[in-house]
Design a protein around this ligand. Structure first.
Ligand code: ASP
Length: 438
C-alpha cells in the first residue's frame, strides 16, 4: 500500500481553523498515514510562536523570575484549539505536569519539546489516530548527534503495523533518558526520519508557501516557484542561503531516494516543489532552477610564480585555515594564483595570524585580502545540456555593469558561482533572474 509521510509546520497548525485544513488534506489521500506536527506557530503578523514562548518561559524560570504569565499564554493556545475542536484529551493534567517540571528546573530542550508534544496529542485526538511519543522512537548519541541507525530500527519496528500515527516533531531522547531537541525548525528532520523508517513513497512537507522560489522575493519581485529540483541542486541553493526546509532534513530521505514535496496548507491544490534524487536533465525551461547567494565573504588571494609545480602548496595554504579553525567555502585557482574564500566574520579575529602563517609557510609573491564580497550561485541541472549558459550569465552581468570578481564552476556543472562586491549583490541576482526567467 502506498505510504505518504506528512509534516505540518507551525503556521499549518497554529489554531483550530488550521487543524481543520490539515484534517481535510489528510482525508484527501488515504496514503497519508503518518503525520509529524510542529508546535503552533504564528496566527497573524506579530503573533508569537509557541516554541519561542516556551524558550522564554524556561529562561524566566531559570532566572528565578515570574514565568507563570508566559506559561498561561502557552496553555491558552492549546486550550483554545482543544475547546474549539471539542477534544477529549486530558490537556489540564498534561499542562500541570509540564508546569511542575518547569517549577523544578526543567532544561530548555525539555520545555521547548512540549510544544510539539502537546500539539501531537491534540492532533492525534482530533484525527482519532495513534500518538507515538518521539522520545520512544528518536535517539541521540551522547555527543548530541542523531543515532540514525538505532532510530531507524526502532521506529521501523514500531510503525510496521501501518496504523495511522502522529509522531511529534523536533525532539527525541538522549542515552541518559533526557529529552533532546534538534536545532530550530527540526520537525522537518523528524518528518524525514519517519519517511525513511516506513519506506514512504513520498515525504510531504506542508508549510505556508507553495514551494521554493527561484530567487529571494525581497530582491526579485514575484519570483517563480521551482516546480522540480534535485536534492543536489537544493543543497547548493540552501548552502547559499535559501531556506524553507531544514538543511539536515534532506539526508535521511535523500539517502534512500524518497522524494520530498513542499506543499502549501493554505493552497492544497498547488503542486508545490518536488525534490527528487534524479530528474531528467534534458533542456529545462527555464535553464536554471534557482539563484541564491550570501554577502560578507573575504577572499584571500595568493600569487607566486611557478606555484603550480610546487608540491604541497595548496595543502600548506589550507593547513593555515585549518589551524585557525576556519572552514573555506571555495578555492578558485589560476596557474600562479590561488584564492581562498571564507566567511568574513570567521576570518576577522584571525586575520593577522593567517597573513603571517601563509607568509611563513609558502612565501607568496603577493598576498592580498578582499573583503565585502558576495557569492552568488546560479544553480540548474539543465546547465549541463544547454550550451551558452555561462555566456548568457556573464553578458547579463556585463550589461548591468557589474564587475565579476571571481568565477567558480564545479565539474558537476550544477552551478556557476560568481563573486561580486557586496554592493552589487542584489543587482546581480536581478540581472541573472531577468536573463533566464524574464
Ligand atoms: N517548533 C520548533 C521551532 O520553532 C521546531 C519546528 O517547528 O520545526 O523551531
Amino acid at each position: 500500500m502506498k505510504k505518504i509521510v506528512t509534516k505540518f509546520g507551525g503556521s499549518s497548525l497554529a489554531d483550530a481553523g488550521q487543524f481543520k485544513k490539515v484534517k481535510g488534506i489528510l482525508e484527501m489521500d488515504p496514503a497519508r498515514r503518518y503525520v509529524v506536527p510542529s508546535a503552533p506557530g504564528r496566527r497573524f503578523d506579530g503573533d508569537d510562536k509557541v516554541t519561542d514562548l516556551l524558550y522564554r518561559c524556561q529562561r524566566e524560570a531559570a532566572a528565578g523570575g515570574a514565568w507563570q504569565d508566559t506559561f498561561d499564554r502557552i496553555a491558552a493556545r492549546y486550550l483554545e484549539i482543544a475547546e474549539e475542536l471539542g477534544l477529549k484529551v486530558d490537556l489540564a493534567s498534561e499542562l500541570d505536569a509540564i508546569s511542575e517540571k518547569i517549577e523544578s528546573g526543567a532544561n530548555a530542550d525539555f520545555v521547548a519539546s512540549r510544544g510539539e508534544y502537546l500539539n501531537g496529542l491534540l492532533l492525534a485526538d482530533y484525527l482519532g489516530w495513534r500518538f507515538m511519543d518521539a522520545a520512544k522512537v528518536i535517539f541521540f548519541h551522547e555527543d548530541g548527534t542523531l543515532d540514525s541507525e538505532k532510530t531507524n530500527v526502532v521506529m521501523m519496528a514500531l510503525l510496521a503495523d501501518e496504523e495511522p500515527t502522529v509522531v511529534p516533531g523536533f525532539y527525541g531522547v538522549s542515552p541518559n533518558g533526557n529529552i533532546k531537541t534538534f536545532s530550530r525548525g527540526g520537525s522537518d528532520i523528524t518528518g524525514a526520519i519517519v519517511a525513511r523508517a516506513v519506506v514512504a513513497d513520498a515525504y510531504e512537507n506542508w508549510t505556508d508557501v507553495s514551494g521554493f522560489l527561484m530567487a529571494d522575493p525581497r530582491i526579485v519581485r514575484n519570483p517563480q516557484e521551482i516546480s522540480a529540483v534535485t536534492y543536489a541542486e537544493l543543497r547548493e541553493l540552501s548552502y547559499m542561503g535559501a531556506s524553507v526546509l531544514h538543511e539536515d532534513a534532506m539526508f535521511p530521505v535523500h539517502k534512500v531516494g524518497i522524494p520530498t514535496i513542499i506543499r502549501n496548507t493554505n493552497n492544497p491544490t498547488h503542486p508545490g516543489t518536488l525534490i527528487s534524487l534524479h530528474l531528467p536533465v534534458e533542456p529545462t525551461v527555464p535553464t536554471i532552477s534557482g539563484i541564491a547567494g550570501r554577502k560578507g565573504f573575504s577572499v584571500i588571494a595568493i600569487e607566486k610564480a611557478m606555484m603550480n609545480s610546487e608540491l604541497g602548496f595548496g595543502r600548506k595554504v589550507l593547513q593555515v585555515f585549518e589551524e585557525a579553525g576556519i572552514s573555506f567555502e571555495h578555492m578558485p585557482s589560476g596557474i600562479d594564483s590561488i584564492s581562498v574564500v571564507v566567511a568574513g566574520d570567521a576570518l576577522e579575529p584571525h586575520r593577522e595570524e593567517i597573513i603571517r602563517r601563509i607568509a611563513d609557510l609558502v612565501q607568496p609573491d603577493v598576498l592580498s585580502i578582499h573583503d565585502h564580497m558576495a557569492i552568488i550561485a546560479t544553480v540548474g541541472r539543465g546547465m549541463v545540456s544547454n550550451c551558452g549558459t555561462a555566456a548568457r550569465l556573464f553578458s547579463a552581468m556585463s550589461r548591468a555593469n557589474i564587475n565579476v570578481r571571481m568565477i567558480d564552476q564545479g565539474s558537476s556543472e550544477l552551478s556557476i558561482i560568481v563573486g561580486v562586491d557586496d554592493a552589487d549583490f542584489e543587482r546581480t541576482i536581478e540581472a541573472i533572474y531577468t536573463e533566464f526567467v524574464g
